[in-house]
Design a protein around this ligand. Structure first.
Ligand SMILES: Nc1ncnc2c1ncn2[C@@H]1O[C@H](COP(=O)(O)OP(=O)(O)OP(=O)(O)O)[C@@H](O)[C@H]1O
Ligand SMILES: [Mg+2]
Length: 230
């Protein structure tokens, strides 16, 4: 089953000034259960593509189907619902809310979804355990290391039970121990909970763990390599 399908996706920034062609016709299909890396030089369009797939940005041209729904046709309200319920995002800069504790950061999305307190608490505890941070529930982001903050961000992304997670350079600010820990968690969630992961990266250690590697150059897919199971 395909989770994500894009056809002829183009993105032009600043069309009326000095246009920047960030994506130049991307046709891509991601199937359920993939663990896929998007790689390519700086400026090749990785972040733009992830943002468009996740409904954070609109394409200039083309179609994006997520779970069979053409998200380019959704109204703004429907798009907000889609983002809230269907996708988990993990960004390079963590994007945790500094005044909230780790627990509150993870619970926050579920508050927006109007989940009950009991359900929120149970799910938060389960997720914090899954990312190995059950002892850090009540710390604020500033009291956590970069790797720990990134793991909170993964727990937060998982809170709404998304069918897939988009991660933009999730290990960019991590040392090698934290990178390995985060990748182990992602791989386990992929294997055991069948969550689809699509992540951009420049990091060879991350690329080595991917089972499919899509290379973007100048906003186009230059190669698409599927690897045998390790
Ligand atoms: N908001 C924006 N306005 C104008 N141009 C932009 C904007 N965002 C990105 N671009 C341009 O679009 C192109 C693709 O950028 P993008 O951020 O998608 O690249 P990337 O592959 O993620 O790069 P990196 O590896 O450095 O993160 C670049 O030329 C960039 O300068
Ligand atoms: Mg980027």
């Amino acid at each position: 089953m395909s989770v994500i399908k894009t056809q002829g996706v183009e993105k032009v920034y600043n069309p009326n000034k000095i246009p920047v062609h960030a994506l130049n016709g991307v046709d891509l299909e991601i199937k359920a259960g993939e663990f896929t890396a998007i790689v390519g030089p700086s400026g090749s369009g990785k972040t733009t593509l992830l943002n468009i797939i996740g409904g954070l940005d609109h394409p200039t041209q083309g179609q994006i189907e997520v779970g069979g729904v053409d998200i380019t046709r959704l109204s703004d309200n429907k798009l907000i619902d889609f983002r809230k319920n269907k996708i988990g995002f993990v960004f390079q800069a963590y994007n945790l809310i500094p005044v909230l504790t780790a627990r509150e950061n993870v619970e926050f999305v579920m508050l927006l979804q109007n989940r009950s307190k009991a359900e929120r608490e149970a799910r938060t505890e389960e997720l914090m355990k899954a990312v190995g941070l059950e002892g850090k529930m009540d710390k604020r982001p500033s009291e956590l290391s970069g790797g720990q903050q990134q793991r909170v961000a993964v727990a937060r992304a998982l809170a709404p039970k998304p069918s897939f997670i988009l991660a933009d350079e999730p290990t960019a600010n991590l040392d090698s121990t934290s990178t390995t820990q985060l990748l182990d968690i992602m791989a386990r969630l992929n294997r055991e909970e069948h969550i689809t992961f699509v992540f951009s990266t420049h990091d060879q250690r991350v690329i080595d763990r991917a089972r499919r590697v899509i290379t973007l150059v100048d906003g186009k897919i230059e190669s698409d390599e599927i690897r045998p199971e390790a």
